[in-house]
Every structure is written in C-alpha cells, then in structure tokens.
Design a protein around this ligand. Structure first.
Ligand code: NAD
Length: 496
C-alpha cells in the first residue's frame, strides 16, 4: 500500500501500520486502501506545521510569491483534472462528468485566490497627526486545521487550502474518511509545486479518532471546518480553552419560494434540480419548497412527474442523472427521516425508499422523494436530510412566505421566484440566509462570499472575505517626532 499521510514534507504510513478501505457507494467494491493515522501521527503533523510556521520559511514569502505558488497548483490541477475526477467519482459514486465539473471548480478556486493575493491588502490610516504614520498590515494567522466533508470532497478542502496558502499559513488537512483520494492527489501537487516542507500536511482517518488534537491542541490557531451542525458544535466547545479562530460551514435547510406570478415552468425545472442534484447531498439543496397556494397543484404534480423520471446510476452510466447516497448508514438515516415525516402527517407522493432496480442492488440508491402537506414544525421541515427529499408547504401572502422562509435555525441559502421586481427585492432582503437566489437556484462563483447566517456557520469562504479568515490584522503606529507623553508629572519633588 502506498504511503498516504503527508507529514513534514514526507509521505508516510501510519505509525502503527493501520489502514482502511474506501468503498464505492455504487457497488461497494474497494476503490482504495489508505493509511489511518494514529494520535502520534496527528501530533507529528501539528509539530511540523507549527515548526514550519514559526521558522518563517513560508511567512517570509511575499503575497505575490505565494500567489504564484497557488497559481502553479491551479495549473497542475488542470493538468490532472481527469485523473483526480476519477478518484473523486470512485469515492463518492457521483458520475464522472459531475466530478469533472467539481474539479474544474477547484481550479477556479485556486485561480481566484491567486488573483486576490496580488492585490494590495495593507493600507495607511490618516490619524490626523502630521508626525505619525499609521499602517494596517495583514499577516498570516498561524497554524490551521482544515477539515472537510464527503459531498464535494476536494472543492470544500480547496476553499480552505487555497486561501491558507496565499495568506502564508501552515496547516493540516483532514478530508472525510469516506472520500480521501482527491485530497491525497492535491497534496502531491502542492509538493510538486515547491511548497516548503512542513507547511502542508495531510492526516487521514475518522474524526472520532484523529480529530481531537486537530481541534484542541494549543499549537493550532484556527479550525476551518465544513460538515454537520453537531460536529461544528463539538469543534466550538473544543476551541474554547485556547480561543481558536473558527470558520464553520455547517448544514442548511434551504427554502425555495415560488410565487404565482413567477415563470412557473422555469421555477419547476429549477426546483427539481435544487432538490435532487447529487441526490440532495448538497448543503445548499433546495429541499424545502414553499409554494403559493393557487399554483400548488400545478407545481407539485409536475415535480412528481419529473421526479419519477429521474434516472439513477453509477459513475460510468452515461444516461444517469444522479447517483447513490454515500453510505449504508446514510441511506438508513434518510429512510428513517421520511418515515418520521409520514408519521407526523406529511403525505408521501413519490419515492420514500431505496431503489429496487436490480442494477442498484449493491449501491445506496434512494428514490427522489416528495412529501406534501408539510407544516413548519415537522422534523422533516426543520432538519436537514442530506438526501433527495423535498418537503412542500403552502402560503397565501408575501409576509407568510417570508415568515416560513425564515422559520429555521439554519441560514445558509434560499431562493425565490417572482416576476414582480419590487416584491422579489423585498423578499430577498427579508430572508435571513447567506445566499439568496432570485429567479434562480444554486449557482455560486469563487469571487462571491459563501457562508451561513444563524446555525449554518460562522464566517465566510470564497470572495475577498475567504482570504481574510486566514489573516491577522496588525496596526503599526510610528511616531516620527518622538517626544515625552507628558501625562504624568515629571516633577522632581520627593526625590531628595
Ligand atoms: P461530518 O460533520 O460528519 O464530518 C465532516 C468532517 O468532520 C469529516 O472529515 C469528519 O471526519 C470530521 N469529524 C467528525 N467528527 C469530528 C471531531 N470530533 N473532530 C474533528 N473532526 C471531526 O459531516 P459530513 O457528513 O461529512 O458532511 C455533511 C454535512 O456537511 C452536512 O450537514 C452538510 O450540510 C455540511 N456541508 C456544509 C457545507 C457548507 O458550505 N455550509 C458544504 C458541504 C457540506
């Protein structure tokens, strides 16, 4: 087995020789066997990151030099795009074409941060005193743990690694244990591009085994995490003792509001995509449909018809439109979620169970599901299933639509459809979510900030703010005509 931990500039096996198999969600075959780090490997990785940071080996590079490195990594990712996409498709079960789109987005992320890095970050401050020069400078934050999920494995890691490199941080990457292969590939490219030893480190294994030190060791200055709410809460608690900076990208239960005055055909088509793309395993999935009562039947009947036609299939199935869930336990969780919705009074219109097609027998395929007659207090309306399950609620007034759209502890994203420009603007402003799409659902660009209100997280990735997360801000005040402060008396009385 190849050595797959990357610590202090060297590829290593786990210190106890431990390894684990990665299984395809499509047919359960073993697609890779990778090292599973021990606690001592984790501590070695933290030591390497801390030592490299404190030595200045990377912080001494200028922003322009680090941007050039990130740009080179983008070139290498582009060179290897198909190979990396195949690995990611193997791990996630998603179609190769989707994985290729995702790796293209990874390249775009590296290019965005490389371009941002060469902009001027520091500034002069006019403090109103001729003899004082005052400057705000930006410095690398320190050592960061970068922890990612399995749904968009390399993309979510890229949103952290690219800005961390531009900023000059040292870091330890920990991808999901279910989808480690693309992070291993990225680390090879980071090495090939000439990143100094110890700056970038890779630890593999389940969070429950390798996570504790990554989120609590005092030598870690920051944890940037994308994943579920419960894990995010664990990380916040662990960060308290040493007051670490946190960047948290957590779950969502994203409202998708359709007004009767919208282009309803376009809205329906986008609602299908929003809920069932990647089988709902998308943090910003539009799985909470909120539709004006007068068009409910038209919208829901058409969505059910479309859902019935969605073709499920594995990585190589060119006719497939979406793939399997990530694991058996996830499939079981989504099944229980639907059962609970029905028990609470929702009406199952389609799906609600595992696919019974013979070609899906070895994979974790769950049918696109629509639950109608939902109300806001139901578990299935409030909690994220992270599967292909759409819930439907109705409204009569604009105020009601806004109230429903905000009745959630999450605040990641939301969409609305209306041809009334003033109404669309009012609703977009009233919804408390980090991204709002008007007459659209789902697109994002690396140039625009991404992140959550409320329990969907803390901070922002991408955009300009996505780099600020990895920087400290220092104010340097220089008095060019030093003089006494004159605050306390320098009277010589009492010295005799
Ligand atoms: P998860 O929380 O189970 O795991 C995420 C990562 O955290 C994995 O690498 C895991 O090994 C690690 N981890 C688990 N316990 C840990 C611990 N105690 N200490 C340190 N690390 C630990 O999430 P998941 O199932 O991989 O991903 C799905 C979730 O991610 C969903 O809730 C989804 O909404 C969210 N997500 C959010 C965004 C966003 O941009 N807001 C993007 C993608 C996914």
């Amino acid at each position: 087995m190849a050595a797959t931990l990357y610590i202090d500039g060297a590829w290593k096996q786990a210190s106890d020789g431990g390894a684990h198999d990665v299984h395809s969600p499509h047919d359960q075959r073993v697609v890779a066997t990778v090292s599973q780090a021990t606690e001592s490997d984790v501590l070695d990785a933290i030591t390497a990151a801390r030592t490299s940071f404190d030595s200045g080996v990377f912080t001494s590079w200028s922003f322009a030099e680090r941007s050039a490195l990130v740009s080179k990594i983008a070139d290498l990712l582009e060179r290897d795009l198909k190979v990396i996409a195949k690995k990611e498709s193997d791990d996630t079960g998603k179609r190769i074409i989707e994985a290729e789109y995702d790796i293209a987005d990874v390249v775009a992320t590296f290019r965005h941060f490389a371009a941002l890095g060469v902009k001027e970050h520091d500034r002069k401050v006019d403090v109103g005193l001729a003899h004082v020069s005052s400057r705000i400078v930006h410095e690398p934050l320190g050592v960061a743990s970068l922890i990612g999920p399995w749904n968009y494995p390399l993309l979510q890691i890229a949103w952290k690694v690219a800005p961390a490199l531009v900023a000059g941080c040292s870091f330890i990457v920990k991808p999901s244990e279910l989808t480690p292969q693309s992070a291993i590939a990225l680390m090879h490219l980071i090495e090939e591009a000439g990143t100094p030893k110890g700056v970038a480190n890779l630890i593999l294994g389940p969070g429950s085994v390798v996570g504790t030190s990554l989120i609590s060791d005092p030598r870690i200055d920051m944890v940037s995490f994308t994943g579920g709410l419960n894990t995010g809460q664990t990380i916040m608690k662990a960060a308290v003792a040493t007051v670490k900076r946190l960047a948290l990208e957590l779950g969502g239960k994203n409202p998708h509001i359709i007004f009767a005055d919208a282009d309803v055909d376009a809205a329906i088509d986008n609602a299908v995509t929003a809920a069932f793309l990647h089988s709902g395993q998308v943090c910003s999935a539009g799985t909470r449909l909120i539709v004006e009562r007068s068009i409910h039947d038209r919208v829901v009947n058409e969505i059910v018809r479309r859902a019935a036609n969605i073709r499920l299939g594995g990585p190589e199935d060119l006719a497939a439109e979406t793939g399997p869930l990530i694991s058996k336990s996830h499939l079981e969780g989504v099944t229980r979620y639907v059962e609970k919705g029905i028990a609470e009074g929702a009406t199952l219109l389609i799906g609600g169970k595992r696919s019974e097609m013979p070609e899906h027998a070895d994979g974790w395929y769950f049918l696109p599901t629509v639950l109608d007659n939902c109300t806001t207090k139901m578990f299935c309306v409030q909690e994220e299933s992270f599967g292909p399950v759409m819930t439907v609620e109705v409204f009569d007034t604009e105020a009601e639509a806004i109230a429903l759209g905000n009745d959630t502890v999450f605040g990641l994203s939301g969409g609305l459809w209306s041809n009334d420009v003033a109404k669309a603007a009012r609703v977009a402003s009233a919804l408390r979510h980090g991204t709002i799409w008007v007459n659209d659902f789902g697109p994002y660009r690396p140039q625009a900030e991404w992140g959550g209100y409320k329990q969907s997280g803390i901070g922002r990735e991408l955009g300009e703010h996505g780099l600020s997360e990895y920087l400290e801000i220092k104010h340097i005040w220089t008095n060019n005509a030093p003089s006494k402060s004159g605050w306390f008396s320098d009277d010589k009385r009492g010295e005799d």
